[in-house]
Write a protein that binds this ligand. Structure first.
Ligand code: GLU
Length: 474
């Protein structure tokens, strides 16, 4: 866990090492590569908030790693561990993540040093609104400037406060709601954003499982999700949804690790039930017949097909990497595997599906939400009924020419037009599938053995094209 400044520095160093390694395969000018690597701007702010009659000072930060495309994009993290290097590392990852999935944004990230679990809702609201106001004052948030989203410790509630603060200060701006994504659906959000990162993780794993060439070194048999044994770290938004969608497609969730400990059952754990148990009791421990792991880190070392670290950075490091027995590691979190750990794991034949690809579903659907906010219309609103009328004519023609009638269910399935959620899901699925094959294409073309290097390289080359097109201004 990134609980010291040193952890933040380790994270940033690790991201830089990943970058440098991938950049060594690039044809780009070293100066352009240096520009692509560096963080463009860092804004640190301290602000006072009154809590129970006393003034407390909070520290916030927003890092915009890149501006080759605007707006820049990335979440806001609420945690006592927030430090400059950590946020820089996360902002850097956002740049490459957006490029991997062809989301036309630069990379950014923000954070406030606050413990969201021990702070009251009132305090969280005051701090969120004040932090947002500090950024708005400096033009550091806006639909064309920089667009935050949820991250560790924040969610749709905080995003609604940010949108509301923005609209209060920029009254009448038509595109105002596009200043932040991950909002509640009733307040300018989009259907499917909440589960998007986890669903994207599922699509990415499914694609990898179908890739028999890639899986050769692992000995995984069968090319579907059915029966795959999964351990997940973190039952937050990403971990929960990733586990849920994999389970729905036939995977067996054998372990869940959380802050307070972990649970293990080789026959499988019902993810929704485990989540309910944790909400009700305040702990994942003592769930049904599952075995308790007081030391949740040890659960990551259990035998499984797929390990999904979906909590925080630096979870798999030089000290425990050699004991990881998973065949595939899918990085639901940002930066859960350090560069040193990765070297050991690759040597052991473990496939690592890297964060900048596998958890990009969140920002992909954030992009859709932003588009919706700019156009001020729900996806599907204009075309759904026209589409249905055309399908209906086609179905009628088929029925009359074949002389056979379809059942009412068959008819409605065939006729149904695309609504917002189906468009979001199809856009997300398509994005995750295309990006997977693009990365695999780079691996083959450049003779690169690991997915992370190929994903970084593919992103670097795309960003390089933007810089070359922009030219360097005096
Ligand atoms: N915080 C998420 C991430 O790390 C989402 C970012 C966004 O939607 O802008 O990818």
């Amino acid at each position: 866990m990134a609980n010291t400044q040193n952890e933040g520095k380790k994270f940033l160093d690790s991201v830089h090492q990943f970058f440098d390694h991938a950049a060594s395969f690039s044809r780009l000018d070293p100066g352009i590569l240096a520009q692509i690597k560096t963080c463009n701007s860092v804004y640190k702010v301290s602000f006072p908030v009154e809590i129970d009659g006393k003034i407390e000072v909070f520290e916030g930060i927003r890092v915009q790693h890149s501006h080759h495309k605007l707006p820049s994009k990335g979440g806001i993290r609420f945690s006592m561990q927030v430090d400059e290097d950590e946020v820089k590392a996360l902002a850097t990852l956002m740049t490459f993540k957006c490029a991997v999935v062809d989301v036309p944004f630069g990379g950014a990230k923000g954070g406030v040093k606050i413990n969201p679990r021990t702070s009251s809702v009132k305090t969280l609201e005051k701090v969120t609104r004040r932090y947002a106001a500090e950024l708005i004052k400096k033009n550091l948030i806006g639909p064309g400037m920089d667009v935050p989203a949820p991250d560790y410790g924040t969610g749709s509630r905080e995003m609604a406060w940010i949108a509301d603060t923005y609209q209060a200060l920029k009254y009448g701006e038509t595109n105002g709601l596009g200043c932040v994504t991950g909002k509640p659906v009733g307040q300018g959000g989009i259907r499917g954003r909440a589960e998007a990162t986890g669903l994207g993780v599922y699509y990415g794993i499914r694609e990898a499982l179908a890739d028999t060439d890639m899986l050769k070194s692992t000995g995984i048999n069968g090319n579907t999700m059915e029966g795959k044994r999964i351990i997940v770290q973190g039952l937050g938004n990403v971990g929960y949804n990733a586990a849920h969608f994999c389970q729905q497609d036939g995977a067996i969730i054998i372990g869940i690790a959380e802050r307070e400990g972990g649970i293990y059952n080789s026959n499988g754990i019902d993810v929704a039930e485990a989540f309910k148990h944790r909400t009700e009791t305040g702990s994942i421990l003592n769930f049904g017949n599952a075995k308790n792991f007081e030391n949740s880190a040890a659960l990551l070392e259990e035998e499984c097909d797929i390990l999904i670290p979906a909590a925080l950075e630096n979870q798999i490091h030089a000290d425990n990497a050699g004991r990881i027995k998973a065949k595939i590691v899918a990085e639901g979190a940002n930066g859960p595997v350090t560069r040193d750990a990765e070297k050991v794991m690759l040597q052991n034949g473990i496939i690592i599906i890297p964060d900048l690809y596998i958890n990009a579903g969140g920002v992909t659907v954030s992009y859709f939400e932003w588009l919706k906010n700019l156009s001020n219309v729900r996806f599907g609103r204009m075309g759904k009924r026209a589409e249905e009328a055309s399908h209906r004519r086609l179905v009628n023609a088929i029925e009359s020419s074949s002389g056979k009638s379809l059942t009412a269910t068959e008819r409605s399935l065939l006729i149904q037009g695309a609504d917002e959620i189906s468009l979001v899901r199809s856009g997300l699925e398509d994005t995750m599938i295309n990006a997977y094959h693009e990365i695999r294409g780079v691996m083959i073309k450049k003779n690169i053995e690991d997915m992370r290097t190929a994903a970084f390289l593919s992103a670097i080359e795309k960003i390089g094209v933007s810089y070359e097109a922009l030219g360097i201004f005096p």
